[in-house]
Design a binder for this molecule. Structure first.
Ligand code: E4P
Length: 218
């Protein structure tokens, strides 16, 4: 499973990229708004910082506007993936933009049927929002499992499952087990994947024992 980082914070992205753990980036209008900067500038910088796909979302809600904004966003850099919502117009825009050779990420997906539509519309990525389904008392990961089964049943689909709205390290494990191709993870959660209290504890006792030997490896 690949890791995308779910942020528009360029400093975070650069730092995580040097650790070699970033296969791509996802942004959304809320994340761009948090930077307080123009979207073109932010997306351009992110695209220069990493080689993988960088999702940038349209804000139009009707087909024509989505196409115009999608083309505008795609003109920023070759690695932009245009994000469109899981709506009727979004699926139509997905088909049209995909036919023009652009990568499309269908976002705000909350059901397997929306994912089915996205795959039929030629989406490169489908983004089921696991955490937001959990927030309303449903099992977000169940939707990921359903999408995996549906995509595996139809070999003509070429859409990657991008598990989104991932808020905990445990959700990353579950997404990998459910068959997600990618998980997009906020920077803090990504860093926490490396941590375990028993690793910290074990290291302290190993180093204490080692200190008593008076040895040095170098
Ligand atoms: C994905 O593309 C979205 O930006 C993101 O995962 C949404 O996560 P949230 O539900 O924690 O805001």
């Amino acid at each position: 499973m690949k890791f995308f980082v779910d942020t528009a914070d360029i400093a975070e992205i650069r730092e995580l990229a040097t650790a070699g753990v970033v296969d791509g980036v996802t942004t959304n209008p809320s994340l761009i708004a948090k930077t307080g900067r123009p979207i073109r500038e932010v997306v351009k910088e992110i695209c220069e910082a990493i080689e993988g796909p960088v999702s940038a979302e349209v804000t139009a809600t009707e087909f024509d506007g989505m196409i115009a904004e999608g083309e505008q966003l795609a003109s920023i850099a070759a690695n932009v993936a245009v994000k469109v919502p899981s709506t009727w117009d979004g699926f139509r825009a997905c088909r049209a933009l995909s036919e023009r050779g652009l990568e499309v990420n269908v976002t705000l997906c909350f059901s397997a049927n929306q994912a089915l539509f996205a795959a039929k519309a030629g989406a490169a990525y489908i983004s089921p929002f696991v955490g937001r389904l959990d927030d309303i008392g449903l099992d977000g990961m169940e939707v990921v499992r359903e999408i995996r089964a549906i995509y595996d049943n139809d070999k003509s689909f070429n859409t990657q499952i991008l598990a989104s709205s991932i808020r905990t390290p445990r959700a990353v494990t579950k997404a990998a087990m459910a068959g997600a191709d990618i998980a997009t993870v906020p920077p803090a959660v990504l860093r926490n994947l490396a941590k375990h209290p028993l690793t910290e504890k074990g290291l302290v006792s190993f180093l204490a024992d080692w200190g008593r030997t008076g040895q040095a490896i170098l």
